[in-house]
Design a protein around this ligand. Structure first.
Ligand code: LMR
Length: 336
């Protein structure tokens, strides 16, 4: 081969390599974000907002694919999928972290532990919230943020106004021991079911009642199989947004920083829409006219509280007395 031919060959090899690199540089980083609720819920809307921000802010280097409504995985499966790297991002409810071996998150399920959203934020946005997210690191998971849903209502086919009304009722719960103890404290029979199984179970009478936020109830049409709903605000439902740690740590530093910023903005947005979305959902349930809505008087609420008090003593050892006490101190300090 003469010199020119060698030079041409070399040049084309270099050009090919450059083209290959350019193609590689253009290939977007894909984040699969799986969740179990409907798109028109606080979590669903915030996931879409994160997608928008992440894609805009990284100028398309990152593509976020959001899979709502348990399309990819149900509750427990999605945690396994995250650990295996089949998806990169989730936002499970705080009630669902114990299969990872971090039972402390069940503190958020304790009845009446947060008197207000301000008291809740004092915990999630402070030292305790950060400390809990750090506990996930050893499980191969990085916690990015807390997202809000709201305070729960109770529903059944009979009015639920006083603790004895729950006696013997089969109630669907999320898979949390604290929620199990809460239902037992009322004399009900708790049954832990995946979120996607709840509406069919209510329709078929496998369970007779449930607790959830109005936005979850309305978007899954749970209210259509229930005759009575009590606005009890007895417990909280919120989320931790989590990513596969290996994936996250392996991102180019600049991209990770940009995604953190996108997450911060999506989180701020989420907090502004959570209450509004739940208020609108309760109103939509009311307008649907298929269910009677009850509100507890202060006296009735005091009875519920008294009935559920035993959950604290039963569950303290499981959650960790120090965590429960620290949360209580923070709530008191917040003065709300
Ligand atoms: C439930 O299972 O009821 C909730 O955790 C669903 C959700 O993600 O809000």
């Amino acid at each position: 081969m003469n010199r020119t031919a060698v030079q041409i060959r070399l040049l084309s090899a270099v050009l090919l390599a450059l083209a290959g690199n350019a193609a590689w540089a253009q290939a977007p980083i894909v984040i699969k974000f799986s969740h179990v609720v409907a798109p028109d819920t606080p979590k669903g809307r915030a996931a879409e907002r994160f997608k928008l921000l992440a894609e805009q802010m990284t100028r398309g280097r990152v593509k976020v694919q959001v899979y709502p409504n348990s399309q990819l995985y149900k509750d427990r499966e999605e945690l396994e999928a995250l650990q295996l790297g089949a998806v990169q991002m989730l936002a499970p409810s705080l009630a669902k972290f114990s299969p990872l071996g971090v039972k402390e998150f069940e503190a958020f399920d304790l009845p009446y532990i947060f008197p207000s959203k301000q008291a809740l934020y004092a915990v999630t946005e402070g030292r305790i919230g950060r400390g809990l997210l750090r506990k996930l690191e050893s499980k191969g998971i990085t916690g990015l943020a807390y997202w809000d849903n709201g305070f729960k209502v109770m529903s059944a086919n009979k009015p639920l106004l006083a603790p004895p009304d729950f006696r013997g009722l089969r109630m669907r719960i999320q898979a949390s021991r604290v929620l199990e103890a809460q239902m037992r404290s009322l004399g009900a029979q708790p049954l832990a079911l995946a979120f996607s199984e709840t509406t069919p179970a209510l329709r078929d009478g496998v369970v007779e009642g449930t607790e959830n936020t109005p936005s979850n109830m309305f978007t899954q049409r749970m209210h259509e199989s229930q005759k009575h709903l009590t606005v009890s605000n007895h417990g909280y439902l919120g989320y931790a947004v989590i990513v596969n740690k290996k994936f996250w740590d392996g991102l180019p530093g600049g991209i990770r920083k940009t995604l953190e910023k996108a997450m911060m903005e999506a989180t701020a947005y989420e907090k502004t829409i959570a209450q509004r979305t739940n208020d609108a959902a309760l109103e939509a349930i009311r307008r649907a006219g298929t269910i009677t809505i009850h509100t507890l008087s202060p006296q009735q609420q005091a009875e519920w509280r008294r009935a559920m008090q035993s959950v604290y003593t039963q569950m303290e050892a499981r959650i960790g007395k120090d965590v429960v006490q620290a949360i209580r101190r923070e709530v008191d300090k917040s003065g709300k």
